[in-house]
Ligand binder design. Structure first.
Ligand SMILES: *[C@@H]1O[C@H](CO)[C@@H](O)[C@H](O)[C@H]1NC(C)=O
Ligand SMILES: *[C@@H]1O[C@H](CO)[C@@H](O)[C@H](O)[C@H]1NC(C)=O
Ligand SMILES: *[C@@H]1O[C@H](CO)[C@@H](O)[C@H](O)[C@H]1NC(C)=O
Length: 373
């Protein structure tokens, strides 16, 4: 009797301690995703695939703000994943395919252009993806399984190892949808692929949970209709196609919101299936909409939220044939005041703002770290 009371009390106490813990120190981070998260895998994979890679996006002024040279990232500086690593005192996440050192403190499997649906689907349908490298989520999971063998051997050892790791997913889906949209598939038909994309993300989450992951952050879609490449490709002369308060394209933001709704429902299902797991939904949509709606309300941003910093021409300073990194295409003087870096990706300043809302709230449910005091 006394013993069972002891266990009951102990159980309650340890839950209490867990719940009250103000911050968890991760010993490693494992990350899956695309160019919003890639810290250098794509150039190496592209060379290995014999892909013509004097590719614009690894040339200056990429990386100029923080690294002072191109650093394998599609931004002027650090990405969200870099800010998260910094928060926990961990090194910049090494790209799994472009690093020969130890992955004991984590690995980044994200690749620019990666899709959730496997790359063979796009090949089969003749949808020309940004790259046709084998880098979709299924391949990234294979790389994880391959790396796992070098980090731990037994199931128990792996569970122990990954119990202090943070796993991040995404965003995934942007390349799936934009590839189909650019191939002429209607936005309504693209919508029919959303459940499949969400299922693939969910299955990936379950796979790493079964390997021992207990802390995960899964990102949703950006407001696609506010991204300059989409605004340029699908510009419309009908003002009804635009949201009045943002100037973004409704149909593409609706697609993103639909994806985010299904993803959040799926994460709720996973939370009840795996009650021991902390599963955060990390929200790109609202912090970006915040900046677009009222850039001046957020420290440092100027009142031109849909303008591209590094680009040329057109209503958004974005031209598909004159991209950032090409000769004659310059960056703005103050990238830290812009949301958009190159027309697809965000500036370091924007990533810094978003990472803060993910670590401390309000744009992660629950926050990865803790609400600020
Ligand atoms: C986390 O690490 C920091 C510095 O390394 C330390 O000050 C802090 O006490 C640690 N927190 C926990 C909960 O272990
Ligand atoms: C890449 O190489 C081709 C052929 O040498 C050249 O025409 C093109 O301008 C180069 N692109 C960049 C961005 O340097
Ligand atoms: C984009 O660049 C091309 C090639 O330099 C040019 O012909 C075209 O006019 C530009 N588009 C816009 C909208 O300025």
């Amino acid at each position: 009797m006394e013993l069972s009371i002891y266990f009951l009390l102990f159980g309650v106490l340890s839950c209490y301690v867990y719940g009250e813990q103000t911050s968890q120190n991760f010993t490693s981070i494992f990350s899956f995703g695309d160019s919003y998260t890639d810290t250098g895998n794509l150039p190496t994979l592209a060379v290995a695939a014999g892909w013509p890679i004097n590719f614009t996006r690894i040339y200056p002024p990429y990386g100029e703000t923080f690294f002072h040279q191109p650093a394998g990232r599609w931004s002027d500086g650090r990405l969200i994943i870099d800010f998260i690593a910094e928060e926990y005192g961990l090194p910049n996440l090494p790209p799994y395919k472009a690093y020969t050192g130890s992955f004991n403190q984590g690995a980044n499997f994200a690749v620019g252009g990666a899709t959730a649906i496997n790359v063979e689907f796009f090949e089969k349908n003749g949808y020309v993806k940004f790259n046709m490298i084998r880098d979709s989520l299924d391949y990234q999971l294979e790389w994880f399984e391959e790396l796992k063998c070098s980090l731990c051997t037994t199931t128990e050892e792996c569970k122990e190892f990954f119990s202090t790791s943070l796993f991040t997913f995404g965003e995934f889906g942007a390349n799936d949808y934009s590839t189909m949209l650019e191939a002429g598939v209607s936005v309504n038909e693209v919508r029919t692929y959303v459940p499949q994309v969400v299922q693939l993300i969910s299955a990936a989450v379950e796979q790493v949970i079964s390997a021992g992951a207990v802390t995960l952050a899964v990102a949703g879609q950006l407001p696609t209709g506010c991204i300059p490449i989409i605004l340029t490709l699908f510009q419309s002369s009908n003002s009804d196609d635009y949201e009045a308060n943002t100037g973004c394209l409704k149909a593409y933001n609706d697609l993103a919101m639909y994806h985010n709704l299904l993803l959040r429902q799926e994460l709720m299902r996973l939370r009840s299936k795996y009650p021991h797991v902390k599963l955060s939904y990390t929200n790109y949509y609202d912090p970006i909409i915040n900046i677009v709606k009222s850039p001046l309300a957020i420290v440092g941003f100027i009142d031109k939220p849909l303008q591209v910093c590094c680009g040329k021409d057109g209503p958004y300073n974005y031209n598909l044939t004159e991209l950032c990194g090409m000769p004659g295409v310059d960056a703005c003087q103050t990238p830290s005041t812009y949301l958009h870096w190159d027309g697809v990706h965000l500036t370091e300043a924007a990533y810094h703002y978003i990472s803060d809302t993910w670590l401390h709230g309000p744009f992660a449910d629950p926050p990865i770290k803790t609400p600020r005091n």
